[in-house]
Write a protein that binds this ligand. Structure first.
Ligand SMILES: [Zn+2]
Length: 155
């Protein structure tokens, strides 16, 4: 070799230098450990050809993968069928107030109280009353027909 600086580099130290360098230790750290200057370390590395070879690259960090939509292999259990809540029980026929009546509820008044209640059964076609009350309204059996059915009114 002939280089006067190489007198410090014993075989053991060169081995240590190589090992540290290849392990990724910086030149400055190696210099500190071996008690030499950094330039001495770098010079020796260059002469050993280790600088040109470079160090084993740090493993390239993989790009974090974009989380993909999970494709469920297993199909989800079928949703439970929507349970239509049962409608509240309609008021019993004959107890419906005016507010309870639908557009097709029988308008036949029931009871004698000051607050009228109505039959409320489904109206017969073309009538304000259900079949029974329409028949009753037309038979004359009704005591004091309060409302005429449409068919009677049109007659
Ligand atoms: Zn009725």
């Amino acid at each position: 070799m002939g280089n006067s600086r190489d007198h410090d580099w014993t075989e053991a130290r060169v081995a240590a230098l190589s090992e540290l360098w290849l392990a990724g230790t910086t030149g400055l750290e190696i210099a500190g450990r071996l008690g030499v200057t950094r330039s001495s370390v770098m010079g020796k590395l260059r002469r050993l050809g280790l600088l040109r070879q470079g160090r084993p690259r740090m493993p390239i960090m993989r790009r974090p993968q974009i989380p993909q939509m999970r494709t469920n292999k297993r199909p989800l259990p079928p949703p439970e069928p929507y349970q239509v809540p049962p409608p509240p029980p309609p008021p019993a026929y004959g107890t419906l107030t005016l507010l309870d009546l639908r557009h097709n509820s029988c308008r036949w008044p029931e009871g004698d109280g000051p607050i009228y209640v109505f039959c409320g059964r489904p109206q017969a076609p073309d009538s304000s009353y259900c079949e029974a009350h329409r028949a009753r309204s037309m038979s004359g059996l009704a005591r004091g027909v309060p409302y005429l059915s449409k068919s009677v009114a049109q007659a």
